[in-house]
Design a protein around this ligand. Structure first.
Ligand SMILES: CC(C)(COP(=O)(O)OP(=O)(O)OC[C@H]1O[C@@H](n2cnc3c(N)ncnc32)[C@H](O)[C@@H]1OP(=O)(O)O)[C@@H](O)C(=O)NCCC(=O)NCCS
Length: 156
């Protein structure tokens, strides 16, 4: 049974563990550090502009997602390999998208790997995200949550 909970600072050691385990090379810890993504930085984020959710199985954190309501960015999502393909990523994405929509974000965006073979790229496309642009070596994708209202032409 998977439980979904709002992320609190107490989750951050396990959140970092999951992100490092799911990094696309073995030096995730060093790379996060060099980007300034530390537990204390993320603590400050989830206490202000960001909000996250965790997925727990048997009391163990197996996945998480974090979004930024200030910019509409789906900042990060990760699910441990052993727990992939069971709908956890989809449920986490629904939680963050629903929250961002409730904050008034009309268009969400994310950055991911340019490599087409990256599992996350197919996952995002499958969940309705579209390719937007390539910039500074990153693939940007976006998702419009609200379509402009259709106003039929009034004929007199
Ligand atoms: C990307 C990731 C979050 C997906 O999590 P997950 O729990 O395996 O995803 P789900 O099982 O919820 O998949 C949801 C749907 O997407 C589909 N899907 C997943 N990967 C897919 C792919 N590469 N191509 C097409 N469809 C895909 C699933 O089949 C499922 O379809 P369904 O719900 O219609 O049956 C996970 O693989 C992961 O953490 N990867 C490593 C970390 C990472 O790359 N994070 C993103 C950094 S940019």
């Amino acid at each position: 049974m998977i439980h979904y909970l709002e992320m609190t600072p107490d989750h951050l050691p396990d959140v970092f563990h999951v992100r490092i385990q799911t990094w696309h090379h073995p030096h995730g810890a060093e790379e996060l550090d060099s980007l300034g993504i530390t537990p204390s930085a993320v603590r400050a984020m989830i206490q202000s502009t960001h909000r996250g959710w965790v997925a727990e199985a048997d009391g163990r954190l197996v996945g998480f997602v974090i979004g930024n309501q200030e910019t509409g960015e789906m900042w990060v999502i990760a699910v441990l390999k052993a727990w992939e393909n069971q709908g956890i990523g989809r449920n986490l994405m629904r939680l963050v998208e629903t929250w961002l929509a409730s904050e008034g974000c009309q268009e969400l965006w994310l950055t991911t790997d340019p490599d087409e073979s990256y599992r996350a790229v197919g996952f995002y496309r499958h969940l309705g995200w579209e390719d937007w642009k390539m910039e500074d070596g990153d693939r940007y994708m976006r998702k419009r949550l609200f379509r402009p209202a259709h106003h039929p032409i009034q004929r007199s």
